[in-house]
Design a protein around this ligand. Structure first.
Ligand code: SAM
Ligand code: CA
Length: 244
């Protein structure tokens, strides 16, 4: 195992731990003090349903859901997009935060998981805000650009899907988000692996996607069309405000 300067073993956080905070107790404190008591009932229901699903590692954490909701309300988002839905926790957070006539274009290659959460979304009375498209997101983005009427129209875009495509998504969604609008790239700290030494033990998929996350982080920091803010919420989220 790699060691730090003091000869102590370095521990490497596993992806799947729902916070990058070094103290589990502190994370639990945040959840129990300010997140769970204010979590809307349908989100709690969806979170508990998702916890039983074998891929629950992928779900958005409750504190991040609360963060998304706050951001969406602060920017008065109305027209939004989500790439990567899974069972819909971040989607439901978004749908609840938007006004009655708000819209979410939601994309995922897997409809089955979306349909697991859908009854809860319907019961919450917000399904009418969602336009779900099954399939890879890239061709949909290309089509939106080709149609010509969508450029610069989205208030908020949340990207939480295949990390090896984030750069390709960025090339397209930078045209679709409005100037002054916001993009959120999720998992940009990739379980802390972005700073792991090369010989650190890492699951295969963590190591594979890590290079793409590193490349994305560099590209975003160098992109003059956006202002950025990288936050250690969840697994790291980079907010990008389009400025030109
Ligand atoms: N935001 C979700 C939530 O709150 O639970 C989590 C999304 S999960 C981390 C990533 C999702 O991206 C998976 O459901 C996967 O099917 C989807 N995905 C993977 N490749 C994709 C692609 N090319 N286009 C659209 N969705 C994709
Ligand atoms: Ca995520």
């Amino acid at each position: 195992m790699a060691q730090n300067g003091e000869g102590k073993d370095l521990k490497h956080a596993e992806v799947g731990h729902k916070s990058l905070l070094q103290s589990d107790a502190l994370f639990q404190y945040i959840l129990e003090t300010s997140v769970y008591p204010r979590e809307p009932e349908p989100m709690k229901e969806l979170r508990e349903l998702t916890a039983k699903h074998p891929w629950n590692l992928m779900t958005t954490s409750a504190d991040e859901g609360q963060f998304l909701s706050m951001i969406l309300k602060l920017i008065n988002a109305k027209k939004t997009m989500e790439i990567g839905v899974y069972t819909g926790y971040s989607l439901l957070a978004t749908a609840l935060a938007l006004p009655e006539d708000g819209k979410i274009l939601a994309m995922d290659i897997n409809r089955e998981n979306y349909e697991l959460g859908l009854p809860i979304i319907e019961k919450a009375g917000v399904a009418h805000k969602i336009d779900f498209r099954e399939g890879p997101a890239l061709p949909v983005l290309d089509q939106l650009i080709e149609e010509g009427t969508n450029q610069g129209t989205f208030d908020f875009i949340f990207v939480d899907a295949d990390k090896d495509n984030y750069i390709n998504y960025h090339k397209r969604i930078i045209e679709l988000v409005k100037v002054g609008g916001l993009i959120g790239y999720d998992n940009t700290l990739w379980g802390g692996s972005v700073v792991a030494p090369p010989d650190a033990p890492m699951r295969k998929y963590v190591r594979y996607y890590r290079d793409f996350v590193l490349e994305l982080n560099k590209a975003l920091a160098a992109d003059p069309r956006i202002e950025i803010c990288m936050l250690p919420v969840g697994d790291g989220i980079t907010l990008c405000r389009r400025i030109s």
